[in-house]
Design a protein around this ligand. Structure first.
Ligand SMILES: [Zn+2]
Length: 336
């Protein structure tokens, strides 16, 4: 099955676009993070992803819901048409891997994923495949994430000690996915949790979709106190808001897998950084390949060259997707 990197993942024989970066007539969208939020005419996604996209402003698209494990026949009018199914990816609630079956070949697109069980996303299930197209954001061995419970413990301790010093603790994280994972982990606190508007709306949607959280309150600039008596969760970009500058003696923490890098807090311009990620670490990326059973692997995002090289050293046919389909020396395409 031919697979190309052209503004997203393109399967020309099956006439399918997976997470395209530009508006398409029909697109499969793995999850509702901003890089996938284009105004496609028709979107195939899980009901949760569709609801999140609509909440985030994708109101012009026509949504076709596909539940995990259900099969979608791409073009029933033609013989040998492709079939696809969505599988939980554990990245954010409703996030999916996409399994495409065409002419007896099974291609698995990972989307963003992690294998570690989360508090606010479905458990990942990896179907078997012949070809894998996978994200490799943290595709270097030095990225090995600590246990989430350990990180939550550190975050809670930092919030408590910040409040004890009379300062206002603020956790900077994405309003979709990371925000809800943190919220779900902030259990047994003796101080309130405030959510800025985008976090608040997304948490409410997660709750409607069946996820439980500790109690939380909406932070309303101009109404809520500027000297916090609890922890505030908001997006990193909120730091540009005037209301943020009015908060009293703010201490900030950034929550990201990149916190494992030396000098991360300095780079994120925060007081501290905690290594909480919704992506797979290096060992999980390797485990994913093994679980899929595939021998042909295309990598994308982050350390795609390095991870493909490590896979080749183990005997896999592996190549960054950006190099797939390119003409090589004798005019052949670099497909396996
Ligand atoms: Zn994502």
């Amino acid at each position: 099955m031919e697979v190309l990197f052209r503004h997203g993942v393109h399967l020309p024989e099956a006439n399918l676009w997976l997470d395209p970066h530009q508006a398409c007539a029909q697109a499969v969208v793995s999850h509702a993070h901003a890089d996938h939020m284009k105004h496609h005419e028709r979107v195939l996604a899980t009901p949760a992803t569709a609801a999140m996209m609509q909440l985030r402003g994708a109101t012009r698209s026509q949504f076709h819901h596909l539940n995990f494990g259900a099969t979608h026949i791409c073009d029933p009018a033609t013989d040998d048409c492709a079939q696809l199914s969505l599988w939980p990816a554990g990245h954010v609630l409703g996030s999916s891997q996409v399994l495409v079956e065409h002419k007896g070949v099974r291609l698995l697109y990972s989307g963003d994923f992690k294998l570690r069980p989360g508090l606010a996303a479905e458990e990942t299930e990896v179907p078997s495949a012949d070809i894998v197209v996978m994200e490799t954001t943290f595709g270097k061995p030095r990225y090995k994430f600590p246990e989430a419970q350990e990180v939550f413990g550190d975050i809670k301790k930092w919030c408590r000690s910040t409040l004890d010093r009379g300062s206002s603790p603020v956790l900077l994280c994405y309003s979709l996915g990371k925000g809800q994972e943190v919220l779900a982990g902030l259990t047994d606190l003796d101080f309130p949790i405030y959510l800025h508007e985008a976090h608040w709306k997304m948490a409410n949607l997660y709750r409607e979709l069946g996820v439980s959280f500790p109690e939380y309150r909406l932070y309303e600039p101009g109404i809520s106190p500027t000297q916090l008596d609890g922890v505030l969760l908001c997006a990193s970009g909120c730091r540009r808001g005037r209301w943020f500058g009015e908060l009293s003696d703010v201490k900030t923490a950034y929550l990201s897998g990149w916190a494992l890098d030396r000098g991360a807090a300095w780079r994120f311009k925060t007081d501290v950084a905690f290594p909480l990620s919704d992506h797979a670490d290096y060992d999980e990326l390797m485990a994913y390949v093994g679980l899929s059973g595939a021998q042909v692997i295309y990598t994308m995002h982050g350390f795609e060259d390095e991870f493909a090289r490590d896979l080749r050293a183990q005997g896999y046919h592996a190549l960054p997707l950006a190099q797939a389909g390119k003409k090589i020396g004798n005019g052949q395409k670099s497909l396996f």
